[in-house]
Design a protein around this ligand. Structure first.
Ligand code: ADP
Ligand code: FBP
Ligand code: MG
Length: 496
């Protein structure tokens, strides 16, 4: 076994190409810390469970489809309770913060962290940071108890409030130190996890016994490595209501077109899965698949054909799709995310103009943008269970002295993932994978790829049985996953 230590990740190499991308632990930078038996040993609910504690050597492979001669590949540390913990119950002062855009399930995660700390580890000092990162140094905290958070999972949004921008590492860590906080739970997306990594690094530089644990939140499902993010199922489900409405409107009019814009700044997962689930959608446009309007194989030609054949059609468009067709806005939000133009409005106008002016064809187009209605609802049943497990994993990891990690589901198993793995790239729909092919075959829409490009892609294609070794690689089975979308159609990221 060889090992390399970095601030954000400990890399352990074993036989047959085994690699463990391990998360940091207090023991990496603080010596002689006392440990305590895990209080769960005497918890009546859990003490009867056989093998309740996770073995120190348990790891989860990122790639689970293998050939007999393929290297074992990258593994992540399995989440779950450990025999020993690094905190006495009354020593813990925890805090929670939610950052970035809203997502169904935020309140569920908050509730479950507070409840897990209390019921599993006897921890009852938990603070809520108000209004995202800037709340650490500019707002009062709120006390969170099992009683005060008991019903919050039934509400959308976050009881703590959230914000973009305002990340000031020094001020945040000063505030953590001043308040005597030693467990920081940070719930947020890619930007938030980058901020969490910076906080962890500063804490480590100062040599503090303070855990930084991330819980990945992204309604767009744009965080890599994990099977999927909480709130995603809920968003796909809620999007059905908008698509149904668009379909009803379109079907009821002569040459009716329903256009629905769904979230997805850089990744079209919600649009793709909402389309696959609905079966009423005739065209799905996502950021990863550029499209064009005019000419052979273009969108206008396809719309004309749909209207001739069916008398109506439904188009789903992700908010980040086709941005290259619009004049760039060159504006950013407070977190540095590029502000997008309203592609739904733009495309609706283009379609109307084309059919009125060029084809002299009468059509009725209705445009629906349900973005904030979808984001604001509470998590559905499947996401709520997922939120609970993520929260419990974060608490188990923190109590066991792990830090600088994000909890996440990898191949249906809960794991601790180093921050840099989560923040180094974005998860995107791979349009050369099977899931996008399934979508194209279900809608019958054009691929918007010219014959020349298709030939190029064909040339690049690896043999179908070859296992992919690149980082976008994914696996066929989501072992043990009972989630609606994943278990029905396969892996969210690669479409297998
Ligand atoms: N590179 C970064 N370094 C430190 N903090 C960041 C970084 N990017 C974003 N943040 C902070 O993370 C928070 C949330 O980021 P944002 O991009 O709005 O949402 P999300 O986390 O959902 O992607 C903001 O407070 C922002 O200032
Ligand atoms: O209007 P806001 O709050 O800036 O949010 C809009 C953005 O939020 C999102 O829902 C996701 O944002 P996050 O980066 O916070 O996860 C995007 O789909 C959308 O572009
Ligand atoms: Mg983001």
């Amino acid at each position: 076994m060889g090992s390399e230590n970095h601030y954000q990740m400990n890399m352990v190499k074993g036989e047959f190409g085994y690699v463990l991308e391990d998360v940091p632990n207090f023991t990496d930078y603080i010596s002689d810390l006392p440990t305590y038996p895990n209080p769960l040993r005497s918890n009546p609910a859990y003490s009867v469970v056989k093998q309740y504690f996770v073995d120190i050597d348990d790891t989860v492979p990122q790639k689970i489809v293998v050939h007999k001669d393929t290297p074992r590949g990258v593994h992540f540390r399995r989440a779950g309770p450990r025999q020993k913990v690094y905190f006495a119950s009354d020593e813990v002062q925890a805090c929670l913060v939610t950052c970035g855009g809203l997502c169904p399930g935020l309140n569920t995660v908050i509730r479950e962290i507070v409840h897990s700390l209390d019921c599993m580890y006897g921890v009852n000092k938990v603070l809520g940071i108000n209004g995202g990162y800037r709340g650490f140094y500019s707002k009062n905290t709120i006390t969170l108890t099992p009683k005060t958070v008991n019903d919050i999972h039934k509400r959308g949004g976050t009881i703590l409030g959230t914000s973009r921008g305002g990340h000031d590492t020094t001020k945040i860590v000063d505030s953590i130190q001043d308040r005597g906080i030693n467990q920081v739970y940070i719930i947020g997306g890619d930007g938030t996890q980058k901020g969490a990594a910076a906080i962890y690094e500063e804490i480590r530089k100062r040599g503090l016994k303070v855990v930084v644990a991330g819980i990945p939140k992204t309604i767009d499902n744009d965080i890599p490595v994990i099977d999927k993010s909480f709130g995603f199922d809920t968003a796909v489900e809620e999007a059905q209501r908008a698509i149904n409405a668009a379909h009803v409107e379109a079907e009821s009019a002569e040459n009716g077109i329903g256009v629905v814009k769904l979230m997805g700044r850089y990744s079209g997962f919600i649009a793709m899965y909402a389309t696959l689930a609905s079966r009423d959608v005739d065209c799905c446009l996502i950021p990863e698949s550029p499209f064009y309007l005019e000419g052979e194989g273009g969108l206008f030609e396809y719309i004309e054909r749909c209207l001739k054949e069916n008398g109506h059609m439904v188009i789903v468009i992700a908010e980040g799709a086709g941005q290259e067709l619009l004049a760039a806005k060159n504006e950013e939000d407070a977190s540095g995310n590029r502000l997008l133009q309203d592609i739904g409005l733009w495309i609706s106008q283009k379609i109307k103009d084309h059919f009125a002016n060029k084809l002299k064809m009468l059509l009725t187009l209705k445009y629906i943008d349900p973005t904030y209605m979808i984001r604001a609802i509470p998590s559905n049943a499947s996401d709520s269970v997922y939120c609970t497990l993520l929260a419990q994993s974060a608490v188990h990891g923190a109590m066991a002295g792990y830090t600088g990690f994000t909890t996440g589901l990898v191949n249906g198993r809960h794991t601790f993932i180093p921050f840099n793995r989560i923040t180094e790239r974005q998860n995107k729909v791979v349009t050369t994978d099977r899931m996008w092919a399934r979508l194209l075959s279900s809608t019958n829409q054009p691929s918007f790829i010219g014959p020349k490009e298709a030939a190029e892609i064909g040339k690049q294609k690896k043999p179908t049985t070859q296992l992919l070794d690149d980082e976008d690689d994914c696996t066929d089975e989501r072992a043990g996953t009972s989630f609606m979308v994943t278990s029905l159609i396969g892996c969210l990221s690669c479409g297998q």
